[in-house]
Every structure is written in structure tokens, then in C-alpha cells.
Design a protein around this ligand. Structure first.
Ligand SMILES: NC(=O)c1ccc[n+]([C@@H]2O[C@H](COP(=O)([O-])OP(=O)(O)OC[C@H]3O[C@@H](n4cnc5c(N)ncnc54)[C@H](OP(=O)(O)O)[C@@H]3O)[C@@H](O)[C@H]2O)c1
Length: 262
């Protein structure tokens, strides 16, 4: 699907991968609308890219998803691409006490968010002559990194939802894409220390997004840049080995927890 002269809505577009998508899509003469929760981050993105349209909206809040849909479909009736990109990632020691609200926050943002956005925007997208839904999952959709157990469950869930959505929309003009980034240089990795990232190569965000846009333009429905491709391959070829490799940071986390408890 050509990404030129389109109208694109990107959730979580004020930083990282979403902002880079916005930048590269503006350069290709698209109209770009971004969302996010933090008004200061949105204003900063708008100052950096004045042609951007920025709307404050939280994908984990049903009312805000509903009002976003009304506002965007009214003000941007040519909307034809939705990029479900907003996401949060936590490291989580499941032995530790945590509120029930906090333990599922990633599910509300990373999984319920894209499902609700899809549900609300699909009727509009189906009316367009050509449209696309792009779900940003992760290489961790294929193999979990057990130090972030809920995050990885959300990404595996989003991968599964995207497969089903693609099947159900096969007879429509809405194409369904999945971008599964590898570790990419953004604020999201801020929680991780360098021993946890050992052996993981971190992709530059501009290269990751360039790869993804090229994939969408070539109708590659599951785009797995860099190490994400290896993760998918290894999850089929040697699932126990790769899970074992991904589990090493947990040993350090549990030792740290035990040290704090003693
Ligand atoms: N970086 C990586 O290594 C990596 C790897 C694989 C997949 N991904 C995925 O790529 C996507 C983008 O992440 P990123 O790396 O670019 O991280 P990022 O720079 O932290 O960007 C995430 C964006 O989402 C927004 N956001 C968070 N919760 C939101 C909510 N409830 N409603 C609306 N917006 C929300 C944040 O802005 P506010 O805080 O202002 O809302 C932020 O701008 C995520 O889905 C992430 O899981 C990233």
C-alpha cells in the first residue's frame, strides 16, 4: 500500500517509534495526526514538526477512544490509515506485591487499546477506497522476555488478534499490517539496565521505521525488522533454547529481590 497523500492517525505519536513514523510520513506528503496522554510531549512534537496535528487522548480510556473517533472522523474525513502504536513496558517481579490495577495496566494500553481503537475506527476505514490498520507489536510477541511478563503477553495477544483481524477483513479494502519492532532506541527501554540488554542489538529508530514503511508499501503484512525476524525463527526452530536465553535477566532480578528481602 503506497503511503503518500494519505491521512494517518498514530497513537502514542509524541515520542519514539510513533514520532519517527510521523516524521517520515509527513516527508511523504501525508497528513498526520498523533495522540498521547502528555500535553507537553504533544506540544514538543508539534514544535518539532509544525505540520503535525496533535490530540490529547489516552487509548486505555474507553470514553477518550470514543470521543477521539468522533473528532478525527469529523475533522479528518479522509482518514485511511490507523497505526496502533501507543504502548508501555514494565519490568515486573511477580513475587513482589503490586496493586491489581498496576499489574494489568499494560494490558489496558497495549492490547485493549488497539482492540478498542480498531472496533471504533473500522466502520470509517471500511468506507474508504483503500485503508490500512497497522498494529505495532514486538519481537517479544514470538518469544517472551520473562523479566517483562505482562508486556510480552500483551504483544503475543496483539499478534494473535492481528492474525484474526486480517482473516476477517480479507474481503474488504482494509489491509491489516503488523510491525514487530526489535529492541529499538527509544524511551521505552529506559527501565532496562545494560546487563539485561547483553547480546541484544538495539536498532536505530529511523532505520526501524524506514524498514517498516518499506514493508507496508510492499504489502508485507508481518514486518519483522532486525532481531525480530530471528526471534520468530528461533521460536519455531529451538523454542526451549531461545526461552532459556531470554530468561537470563530474571535470574538477576530474583537475586536482587532476594537480597532486598534478606
Ligand atoms: N522501543 C522498543 O524497543 C520497542 C520494541 C518493540 C516494540 N515496541 C513498541 O513500539 C511502540 C512504541 O514504543 P516506543 O519504543 O516508541 O516507546 P515510547 O517512546 O515510550 O513511545 C510510546 C508512546 O506511547 C504513548 N502512550 C503510552 N501510553 C499511552 C496511552 N495510554 N494512550 C496514548 N498514548 C500512550 C506515550 O506518550 P504519553 O506518555 O504522553 O502518553 C509515548 O509517546 C510500543 O507499542 C512498544 O511496545 C517498542
Amino acid at each position: 500500500m503506497q503511503l503518500k497523500n494519505r491521512t494517518v492517525l498514530i497513537t502514542g505519536g509524541a515520542s519514539g517509534i510513533g514520532l519517527e513514523f510521523a516524521k517520515q510520513l509527513l516527508a511523504k506528503q501525508n497528513t498526520v495526526i498523533i495522540t498521547g496522554r502528555n500535553p507537553e510531549k504533544l506540544a514538543k512534537a508539534k514544535a518539532q514538526l509544525p505540520k503535525l496535528h496533535a490530540i490529547r487522548s489516552d487509548v486505555s480510556d474507553i470514553t477518550q477512544v470514543e470521543s477521539l473517533c468522533v473528532q478525527v472522523c469529523r475533522d479528518f474525513p479522509d482518514l485511511d490509515v490507523l497505526i496502533n502504536n501507543a504502548g508501555i513496558m514494565k519490568t515486573m517481579n511477580l513475587h513482589e506485591e503490586r496493586s491489581l490495577q498496576d499489574v494489568t495496566k499494560e494490558i489496558e494500553t497495549n492490547l485493549m487499546g488497539p482492540i478498542r481503537m480498531t472496533q471504533k475506527f473500522l466502520p470509517h476505514l471500511k468506507k474508504r477506497p483503500a485503508a490500512a490498520l497497522v498494529n505495532v507489536s514486538s519481537g517479544l510477541a514470538f518469544v517472551p522476555l520473562p523479566i517483562s511478563p505482562v508486556y510480552c503477553a500483551t504483544k503475543a495477544g496483539l499478534h494473535s488478534f492481528t492474525l484474526s483481524l486480517r482473516v476477517q477483513l480479507a474481503q474488504t479494502k482494509v489491509k491489516v499490517f503488523e510491525v514487530a519492532p526489535p529492541a529499538t532506541e527509544t524511551e521505552l527501554l529506559g527501565d532496562f539496565n545494560s546487563p539485561d540488554m547483553k547480546g541484544i542489538s538495539i536498532m536505530k529508530v529511523d532505520a526501524m521505521v524506514e524498514h517498516s514503511i518499506r514493508g507496508i508499501e510492499n504489502d508485507h503484512y508481518e514486518i519483522r525488522p532486525g532481531q525480530s525476524n530471528q526471534l520468530k525463527f528461533m521460536s519455531r526452530l529451538a523454542p526451549e533454547f531461545i526461552l532459556n536465553q531470554m530468561s537470563k535477566p530474571v535470574e538477576r532480578m530474583l537475586k536482587g529481590g532476594a537480597a532486598r528481602a534478606s
